[in-house]
Write a protein that binds this ligand. Structure first.
Ligand SMILES: [Zn+2]
Length: 55
């Protein structure tokens, strides 16, 4: 008697740092400790010039 079917675990969700949408963790991308819903958003967020704005 072995349960072959894995139990339906509630998948952990993350919140995209870029757009704020909730996405399953397995479908997310984590860059620099920050979760994103997709690699595109991770790149967009990373591409944003931070701390380089002229005063
Ligand atoms: Zn996003």
């Amino acid at each position: 008697r072995e349960p072959h079917a894995p139990p339906q675990l509630a998948e952990p969700m993350i919140r995209c740092t870029e757009c704020g949408v909730h996405a399953p963790k397995s479908d997310s991308v984590v860059v620099a400790g920050q979760p994103f819903c997709s690699a595109a958003h991770a790149q967009r967020h990373g591409a944003r010039p931070t701390g380089r704005d002229a005063r």
